[in-house]
Design a protein around this ligand. Structure first.
Ligand code: NAG
Ligand code: NAG
Length: 474
């Protein structure tokens, strides 16, 4: 979507007459991008069948209401896209007029300039209007997620007391709604946040409410150890793939792959790999990147990788890594893998560092360590870490409901600092937390549930590529 860039550029640039050169650049972009706005056609799903079971009927009714609200939001997104196109056209028109004026400087009467200024103010007002509607949508998405979370919990409950097949039908309807909501949100984010993959920011400033997907593939609440998410560097044709691995013990035995989100929540894997004897894993801070699972090896204690393209294993022993310093939540969380815009990382603590966390950059092909950084954060005092743009973020518990991102360490500058970004937990404990650079979301596995969070960053890029109204209000 090219259109928003120069709408943002318009707002970001000073609308003074001295800035005419900027208008030339804008006009070049604008012409290349005109007509680039695809029309948006999301059809909201309305559940058709009703069931004799009373509780189920309530859940179904709620599905219908949620679906209706979603339909309204989808309508708004179409509206945004239409407005974007209109603004772009207005900008092109203005640019042409300015060019004409520049060619005939003698004709620049005050009246013409005033008229032009008025037109620019109009576009500005339109952008402001768009900004306000955008903020409202964010709030609606959030409450829809909350409603769905409540209903998914009811469904899990109903599945225990009613005919599973009957419940499955309703569950499918919810899955459909959930997928539509995510699609709607994705499109919304694409329009307003063309910054996926960019590191032009100074760090995280906000975390959303927890967005709960489903109970895990095993439907087991005892499956508290595990992880889920998307490949952070997918191989071709696996871009929409999700993975899940979970267990009621801290050992890693297997991993399942799902072709897309729908198949993840329908518990319908297309691949199920079991880890070979002798290559068993321990701990739950593994990650999937480049169709390869990176995990903590049970014996000999170290790092392991399982490449699902070549179906080969590899391992490394890390000299100095201590096997005694786990995270606060569970035992045996020694090596924590993380992936971000800059590649693959692993964190651990050493005896030499007295349990303070060490960050190592991993070369994915050779599986060797390229560089190591020492931080001042005591590993057993925290619950988990993740990396974004080469910056480590440490997370701890602050109270019964909330977590806090309290620490950051920048591997580029070796600078560290204490921060405080509070976010809500969905369950009391979690065994896996990771950032995914492909969608800039946090993925959490908590007491058997798949949960994710949106992140917002403090953007620093220039106005030509940066929306002046980054969605920080959601
Ligand atoms: C996995 O194996 C494939 C096929 O041999 C290879 O091309 C790829 O680089 C390997 N990936 C990693 C991360 O080692
Ligand atoms: C965002 O970054 C700017 C510039 O580095 C800084 O002054 C500001 O305090 C930051 N905002 C937040 C909310 O962290």
């Amino acid at each position: 979507m090219i259109v928003p860039l120069y709408v943002f550029a318009l707002l970001g640039s000073t609308l003074a007459w001295g800035g005419l050169n900027q208008w030339h650049e804008l006009s070049a972009n604008a012409e290349a991008g005109s007509g680039g706005a695809d029309s948006c056609t999301c059809d909201a799903f309305l559940p058709s069948s009703t069931f004799p079971v009373k509780d189920l009927a309530v859940v179904e009714q709620a599905a219908e209401q949620i679906s209706h609200k979603l339909e309204m939001e989808m309508g708004k997104i179409e509206d945004y896209e239409m407005k974007m196109t209109q603004y772009a056209e207005k900008i092109i028109e203005l640019t042409r007029e300015i060019e004409l004026l520049e060619k005939k400087p003698d004709a620049n009467s005050d009246a013409t300039l005033e008229n032009m200024e008025l037109k620019i103010k109009q576009v500005e007002a339109l952008v402001e209007d768009l900004k306000i509607s955008f903020k409202t949508s964010g709030t609606v998405f959030q409450s829809l997620h909350q409603e769905i979370t409540v209903m998914v919990k009811s469904l899990d409950q109903l599945e225990k007391t009613h005919d599973k097949n009957l419940v499955l039908q309703t569950r499918r309807e919810y899955i459909k709604i959930q997928m539509e909501l995510e699609e709607c949100e994705r499109r919304h984010q694409e329009i307003f946040n063309p910054n996926i993959g960019s590191c032009d920011h100074t760090g995280i400033i906000k975390v959303s409410k927890p967005l709960v997907s489903q109970l895990n593939a095993q439907l087991g609440t005892s499956y508290i150890y595990g992880g889920w998410g998307k490949d952070s560097k997918p191989i071709p044709d696996r871009e929409s793939m999700y993975w899940f691995s979970g267990d009621s013990s801290i050992y890693i035995d297997d991993i399942r792959f799902y072709s897309n989100y729908k198949n993840l929540v329908l518990r319908n894997p297309f691949l199920h790999h079991t880890i070979l004897n002798g290559w068993n894993g321990l701990g739950s801070n593994y990650i999937v990147r480049g169709n390869t699972l990176y995990y903590q090896k049970y014996s000999p204690f170290g790092l392991a990788k399982y490449n699902f393209t070549s179906m080969t294993y590899d391992s490394r022993v890390i000299p100095g890594a201590s096997s005694t310093f786990s995270y606060a939540n569970y035992e045996n969380q020694i090596f924590d893998f993380a992936a971000d815009e800059n590649g693959l990382w692993v964190t651990y603590a050493t005896d030499q560092s007295n349990g303070k966390m060490v960050i190592a950059k991993i070369n994915e092909e050779s599986f060797g360590i390229e560089e190591v950084w020492e931080t001042s954060v005591y590993k057993p005092a925290i619950n988990n870490i993740f990396m974004v743009c080469g910056v480590l973020y440490g997370v701890r518990t602050v109270d019964i409901q909330n977590e806090e991102i309290f620490f950051m360490f920048d591997t580029k500058t070796k600078e560290e600092k204490h921060i405080s970004i509070i976010f809500e937990r969905f369950q009391d404990k979690y065994s896996n937390l990771d950032y995914n650079p492909t969608d800039q979301k946090l993925y959490m596995y908590t007491n058997g549930y798949y949960v994710n969070y949106h992140l917002w960053f403090n953007h620093t890029a220039t106005a030509t590529v940066q929306p002046p109204f980054a969605p920080t209000q959601i």
